[in-house]
Design a protein around this ligand. Sequence first.
Ligand code: OGA
Ligand code: NI
Length: 194
Amino acid sequence: MYKNLYEKITDTLVNYGYVFIENALNETLSHELLKVAKDSNNYKNAGISTSLIIDKNRRKDKILWIDADSKATKEYLEFAKGLQEYLNHHLFLGLSYYEAHFARYEIGDFYEKHLDAFKSKKNRIVTTVYYLNDDWNKADGGALIVYDKEGKELQKILPKANTLVVFLSEDFPHEVLSAKKIRYSIAGWFRVDK
Ligand code: OGA
Ligand code: NI
């Protein structure tokens, strides 16, 4: 069903290591996912946990791990599973698992520049971020900035509904600028360790 999309993601990943695509999936799915994200009331502090301490200075968003417990999340996870299979088939990545969570950034929330994975711990291999926000403009802040390893800014992406970002988790530092409106996303990772 998503063959063209999978192909575009795969080709661009091979050439650049990252890709972002506007109007990536079905618009209705994006709306349905936003509804699920908004209706859920069990978001937890994300923070960065080093040992048992959650550092809320680096990351302010709240998260909710996703299951296939609604039609929309089921459909989203099926899209991801298809992408996992396509990437494995064409790039031999051996991805074995996908985990994803909704993230809610309240006004003023941000996520400092970080990497999603470190070379020493081969776990998160490919990152996905899918955005759910209607009517998002530059003035609303909350952009995702993707950097290269030298710290050069590669791309500034607004978290607009149905925009999908995919990148190699170990290679691209990124940050979320302070949001001026409530901002919803789905961050996900293909892993090799489960
Ligand atoms: C993350 C992340 C980006 C976003 O959760 O690791 O970088 O735009 N999220 O929500
Ligand atoms: Ni990240």
